[in-house]
Design a protein around this ligand. Structure first.
Ligand code: PCA
Length: 160
């Protein structure tokens, strides 16, 4: 019983121990087509942490007939990418892995981020993101974006 009480206290004081940081740069961002999936409690918990941009430059392109955003795992080309950091529980992480067809379509890799607001503003932190190393060579010739917007001037409407 004592052990249980102690454990409960530890879990309530450190609720973040079971959480994972995820950087989203595409359709999962606020106001983008798949954001509501992260807000649905049936999928798990996701808490907004901060806006951030990648420390490295990457090509963020829109590809396939469904106009899907992909951050290509090719550092030092493209731009520093704008996105949002969320703290997610295991249930949401599992949900997102499945939704993003990880590891077939995207691979969950780690990325270094510069935090842009909130208490950790200015610091460099690491998080997971869904990027891809399995792209068609011609994707490297596509226009790149610093900040993805499904309804941007590019006119490439995302097909869910
Ligand atoms: N969903 C993930 C990867 C690209 C996408 O559309 C995201 O928003 O980060």
């Amino acid at each position: 019983m004592k052990g249980f009480v102690l454990l409960s206290v530890i879990v309530s004081v450190f609720p973040a121990v079971h959480m994972t940081l995820i950087f989203v740069y595409g359709t999962l961002k606020k106001d983008q087509p798949n954001y509501l999936l992260m807000r649905n409690p049936d999928n798990g918990q996701a808490e907004f942490v901060a806006h951030a941009r990648t420390v490295e430059r990457y090509p963020l392109v829109i590809a396939t007939k469904n106009n899907i955003p992909f951050l290509l795992n090719v550092p030092e080309t493209g731009q520093r990418i704008q996105g949002e950091i969320y703290s997610v529980d295991k249930k949401m992480l599992d949900f997102l892995d499945e939704f993003e067809e990880c590891p077939e379509l995207y691979q969950r890799t780690t990325v270094q981020l510069e935090v842009q607001d909130g208490p950790k503003s200015g610091s460099i932190i690491k998080a997971f993101m869904y990027s891809t190393t399995t792209y068609e060579p011609e994707w490297l010739q596509k226009p790149t974006y610093e900040s993805y917007n499904a309804s941007g001037d590019h006119g490439l409407r995302y097909v869910p």
